[in-house]
Design a protein around this ligand. Structure first.
Ligand code: B12
Ligand code: SF4
Length: 560
């Protein structure tokens, strides 16, 4: 059969249509899971294509391309994330119009966390919860086996798929529509991960991704889930909280070699595991294996690597091994520069560990990119300044902040944090209410949650004002990246001090010192890690209070 797989669409959100149609997309990359599914499908004789809506210049262009593929297709498989579900729903609706009999399957983080909402909001025939590497092929085979792989599905299809974990079906019977109940989610064991074939990298638009990230690269996930349990995190709620399943070192190295053979001129491999260094020995073995393969000429010497990980497992020997293997980037979850906020996030690490990791990584010539969630509910102005200080500290150490950097804590629907919020009525709704203003995901469950959660922070709570204003300023530049993120924050601080003079009295000098450092480093570097100009910061001309605050204002922020 012929299957088309689409990546989560963040390009054509409502905001994108209105403001960002032609902005450079930064949120696109080779979907490891989709390409793993594709590889298993190909093993079973199916023909698979991958379309990433994010790399098209306009919705019209994407629709035209999709339409031409749909003419020949039997199945559309859509990968969806929480912030992409609205746009993905539109893709599904369009596909259904063009091909009313098309079988549509939906999977990914959002359908896994909330399959009920995913089935309710879209016209998908089947939702698969969890890791569907093998399941997509199994479902297609089962439906093909009974000759019922067309929309609308009936009770024969329902029965053929009964008992398959994670698979929910929309079927029609006696003129009515029915949904099969939730029966858990699919999780692969370490042994199953070892048996998965190399993802079908060559069907992904790798050249378009190179335009975005500057190198021909792949996202390679060698493990699933995370050994930690941060309540805001949806990775752990998609897998098993606190339990990692992983490929063996030999298989990781074997898949690397196969990937290099499949992709001419591969330049960079990003290990997209949630916590790559969770096992010290394994990490050392992988790095040492890479060095050996490079010495034997099996892997190109100039192939670089990156990973995403925690700050408390980046031991010196691990970093040394990474340096030897030619690591060029390490992404770390710093989250906040304020100890109070970090405690609230329950991240299980300290500010000192975070700053220490930044310095250790930078000392080895590796670019360090920090994930930040600037404000938590009830954060104070000083907490936010501490996080801005951390953002500038990253830049000063050759690093960067995440391009999709968040101005506030975001807990997606379906995560532990949201469940706890409901239980304890701890007021996260502040964040969600702010988020709903700019997120494409307007009007559905987030609004309901806000209504449910109550709203205890007053409209003019300074942090709330600051975050909203920062976002508005940043968006007025077109899109959010390092430079507009910082410029937006400084402009918002200016407005805040005007609106709430009492905060100005306390914080103007600190804001001033952070702002001056940001301008100086932007002028010296001119671009961020991905080559995007820092011009908004360079061109910004603000005058905060210039009173002396001692060591860059850090004493006031309680930063050593
Ligand atoms: C690599 C990565 C990226 C890369 C590549 C994205 C990509 N297309 O794969 C880049 C940097 C481009 C990226 C961008 C974004 N990302 Co990202 N990313 C990741 C990361 C680090 C790894 C993803 C991964 O490889 N997972 C492992 C594989 C096995 O899982 P998978 O790809 O989802 O596939 C499995 C299942 O989901 C399912 N499945 C997947 N597709 C389909 C399709 C069908 C039909 C079916 C049935 C099943 C199915 O089966 C697959 C195989 O097991 C995760 C965090 C993490 N460590 O997990 C965040 C993560 C997935 N990203 C996230 C987000 C939000 C985004 C952005 C929207 C950022 C933003 N602006 O907010 C964008 C949009 C992405 C896009 N357009 O594709 C969130 C999703 C949260 C959520 N609840 O939705 C995560 C979990 C990070 C986080 N902590 O919040 N991301
Ligand atoms: S350490 Fe990172 S990936 Fe693991 S649970 Fe915490 S936030 Fe999620």
């Amino acid at each position: 059969m012929r299957v088309i797989l689409t990546n989560p669409c963040v390009r054509f959100t409502k905001i994108a249509w209105e403001q960002l149609e032609l902005a450079k997309p930064i949120q696109a990359g080779p979907g490891y899971g989709l390409l793993s599914i594709a590889s298993v499908l190909a093993q079973h004789g199916h023909q698979v294509d991958n379309l990433d809506p994010n790399v098209f210049q306009s919705w019209e262009q994407f629709k035209a391309e999709l339409e031409s593929y749909l003419a020949e297709a039997d199945v559309l498989g859509v990968c969806s994330y929480s912030p992409s579900i609205v746009a993905d729903e539109q893709i599904i609706r369009f596909a259904r119009q063009v091909r009313p009999d098309l079988l549509i399957m939906l999977g990914g983080y959002f359908p896994t966390l909330r399959s009920d909402l995913a089935l309710g909001a879209t016209e998908a025939d089947i939702v698969i919860r969890g890791e569907a590497d093998l399941a997509v092929s199994e479902v297609i085979t089962a439906l093909d086996g009974i000759g019922k792989h067309r929309h609308p599905l009936g009770i024969e299809a329902r029965d053929a798929l009964a008992g398959m974990t994670g698979v929910r079906v929309r079927y029609f019977d006696h003129g009515g529509e029915h949904l099969t109940p939730d029966n858990g989610k699919l999780l692969l064991s370490s042994a199953q991960l070892d048996r998965l074939p190399t993802p079908l990298w060559n069907i992904a638009p790798l050249e378009a991704y190179k335009q975005i990230w500057g190198s021909r690269y792949i996202d390679f996930s060698t493990s699933r889930s995370c050994d930690r349990r941060c309540p805001f995190c949806s990775i752990v709620d998609v897998g098993v909280r606190g339990v990692v399943r992983a490929m063996s070192t030999d298989i990781v190295l074997e898949r690397l070699v196969e990937s290099v053979r499949m992709i001419p001129h591969l330049e960079y491999v990003f290990f997209s595991d949630a916590h790559f260094t969770y096992d010290r020995e394994r990490t050392l073995e992988i790095c040492e294996g890479i060095v050996r393969l490079k010495e034997r000429g099996v892997l190109p010497r100039d192939l670089t690597f990156g990973c995403e990980t925690r700050v408390d497992t980046l031991f010196d020997d691990v970093l040394d091994a990474m340096q030897s293997a030619n690591w060029s980037q390490i992404w770390i979850g710093l989250e906040s520069g304020s100890s109070e906020t970090l405690k609230l996030y329950r991240k299980g690490q300290t500010i000192d560990q975070g700053r220490g990791a930044v310095l250790s990584i930078a000392a080895r010539g590796i670019a360090v990119i920090g994930f930040l969630m600037v404000a938590a509910p009830n954060s104070r102005v000083g907490d936010i300044l501490a996080t801005l200080d951390l953002a500038v500290f990253l830049l000063e150490n050759g690093g960067d902040v995440t391009p999709d950097v968040s101005y506030c804590l975001i807990s997606w629907e379906g995560t532990t944090q949201i469940k706890e919020t409901r239980r304890k009525a701890w007021d996260l709704s502040f964040v969600l209410r702010e988020f709903v203003k700019w997120d494409p995901f307007k009007g559905t469950e987030i609004k309901n949650l806000v209504a449910e959660g109550g709203y205890t922070l007053p409209e003019d709570y300074p942090t709330r004002y600051l975050i909203r204003t920062a976002y508005e300023h940043a968006m007025s530049f077109g899109s959010i990246h390092t430079s507009t993120f910082l410029a937006g924050a400084f402009l918002a601080l200016r407005d805040l001090f005007h609106k709430f003079p009492q905060h100005g009295d306390q914080w103007r000098p600190v804001a001033n010192s952070i702002y001056r450092r940001a301008k100086a480093i932007a002028a010296a570097r001119e671009t961020n890690v991905w080559g995007i100009p820092l011009k908004e910061i360079i061109e910004l001309d603000l005058s905060f209070d210039e009173r002396e605050t001692g060591a860059d204002g850090r004493a006031l922020l309680h930063i050593a």
